[in-house]
Design a binder for this molecule. Structure first.
Ligand code: ADP
Length: 358
């Protein structure tokens, strides 16, 4: 299933469930639960449906009773596999869009070390090569590695008028990273108020210009950084990177739950280090589990956007600050990144893409 198909299917199921909930009248004054504002929204990921309640509009002490009424009602609707009824997260109401930027997409993983930043950087460069104006915000505040992966050194400066920070540019990608603000070698632990105050500035105090797409390299797992990004940028969706092993998959599931609660759709999975290619014959053998990402994608009804084996060259080139899509354009791995970029751009209907020989 393509991104646009899965997004369309989810949207029509959401609409259908919301319409059906109009026939449940548990509201004050005999109103139905949608018209009375008790149901804030419905979010579907595949057949899994979340009904988000607005606790400001629910009479005290009736939330549990309401969940008991809604759950069997929605479960009985065609196309619905699972139902969760929850209060809506507070952050949603405060979400802002970033002027001049068409789509903001998070790149996320359940665990560290699965290749999330490597995928984010090569995807960004592949998109730029296809003629899409793209920015990359390195929000992995616990280990900002995008400057290294793009071969960028130095520190950012302000724009000529001194009003904003000018992002750095390499291979057609505008980059902003915490790593470009701090003195070299200095580590800073981002917590609580620092995240709340500093992160929005990385989004809004940067002169991004006009972008088709801003990719945000998020930290692994679930954290206040994710909530801060969701609060200050209207994310069109997330791309989730996982290795095929079970531990990574379990962490991914937790991340999915968080994004579903935030009403941010998962656009699909990238399965990284899915096997290892034999250096002699090219045959791909198993590495970390077999196809955990594929199984999860089927379970939650999202597409596998790309599957990339362990490619020793990718690790070597990354350490040298040369994205593989630049240094090995034409290699099998480079083609995977270009297919991923093409799928994402087509799914989001952005840019006038040009064909790239990869
Ligand atoms: P994360 O952002 O998830 O913590 P990184 O992108 O920093 O992970 O990647 C972790 C390490 O794995 C890096 O050394 C990187 O070069 C390497 N790596 C990532 N993907 C691959 C791959 N498909 N083949 C070989 N090495 C990879």
């Amino acid at each position: 299933m393509s991104i646009s198909q899965s997004v369309q299917m989810a949207a029509s199921l959401e609409e259908y469930v919301l319409k059906a909930l109009h026939s449940v009248t548990e509201g004050p004054g005999g109103l139905d639960i949608v018209s009375s504002g008790q149901v804030f929204d419905v979010v579907a990921t595949g057949g899994a449906v979340r009904v988000l309640l607005d606790t400001d509009h629910i009479p005290d002490g009736t939330e549990e009773m309401l969940a008991e009424v809604i759950t069997p009602f929605v479960e009985a609707l065609p196309g619905v596999d699972r139902v969760v009824v929850k209060p809506r997260p507070r952050s949603i109401a405060m979400r802002e869009s970033l002027p001049g930027i068409t789509h903001v997409i998070g790149v996320h993983s359940g665990k560290g070390g699965v290749g999330k930043s490597t995928v984010a950087v090569n995807l960004a460069v592949a998109l730029a090569q296809q003629g899409i104006s793209v920015g990359l915000l390195d929000a992995d505040v616990y280990g900002p590695s995008c400057p290294t992966l793009l071969g960028i050194t130095g520190r950012v400066e302000t724009t000529d008028d001194g009003e904003k920070i000018a992002p750095m540019n390499r291979h057609g990608v505008s980059l902003m990273s915490l790593g470009l603000l701090l003195p070299e070698g200095q580590a800073l632990i981002w917590r609580g108020s620092l995240v709340d105050q500093g992160l929005p500035q990385l989004l809004t105090d940067v002169d991004w210009g006009r972008l088709d797409l801003l990719l945000v390299d998020l930290p692994p797992g679930t954290s206040d950084v994710h909530l801060a990004v969701a609060r200050h940028a209207s994310l069109s969706g997330v791309v989730t990177v996982t290795s095929p092993g079970q531990v990574s998959i379990d962490d991914v599931r937790r991340g999915m739950e968080m994004f579903a609660d935030l009403q941010i759709p998962c656009l699909g999975l990238v399965q990284n280090m899915a096997g290892v290619a034999c250096q002699k014959c090219g045959e791909v053998g198993a590495l970390f589990g077999v196809d955990g990402g594929g199984d999860l994608a089927v379970e939650i009804g999202v597409p596998v956007l790309a599957s990339l084996p362990f490619v020793p060259e990718l690790a070597i080139q990354s350490d040298l600050g040369e994205p593989l899509v630049i240094s090995r354009l034409g290699s099998a791995a480079s083609r995977v990144f270009h297919e991923l970029a093409g799928r994402l751009a087509t799914g989001l209907c952005i840019g006038e893409r040009k064909e790239v020989l990869s």
